[in-house]
Design a protein around this ligand. Structure first.
Ligand SMILES: [Zn+2]
Length: 117
């Protein structure tokens, strides 16, 4: 049974890549917006001025806050110290405890995320 199988071509490795990079299967996640992670920009909790890689305008990012690991951690800690009568919800009202998501005000693309962890 000769299936006339040609041997696969030898894989070409880029010598600049140390150790070789394996393509890892990524879980398919449905995202509401396209995320463009801008390299080299450190996002914090405050808006930053940058050129949007999507619409190429110089913009100041709009920051939205969403509950992150620290938010729940802080709530847990508040609970542990005895303030469980609603006080544990305080971290959910404090932006400093949340993750900051930076978006472009022009095209609404998500540019990056600042996480407390
Ligand atoms: Zn943009």
């Amino acid at each position: 049974m000769d299936q006339n199988r040609a041997p696969p071509p030898p894989p070409t490795y880029n010598e600049a890549v140390p150790g070789g990079v394996q393509a890892q299967p990524q879980p398919v996640t449905v995202q509401p917006a396209v995320t463009v992670i801008s390299a080299g920009i450190r996002y914090t909790q405050v808006p930053v001025s940058q050129e949007c890689p999507h619409c190429h305008n110089t913009i100041v990012t709009t920051v939205t806050y969403e509950n992150g690991t620290v938010t729940y951690l802080a709530a847990g800690i508040v609970c542990l110290v005895g303030c469980w009568m609603g006080c544990c919800l305080i971290p959910f009202c404090i932006d400093a405890c949340k993750d900051a998501v930076h978006c472009c005000p022009n095209c609404n693309i998500v540019l990056g995320k600042y996480s407390q962890m």
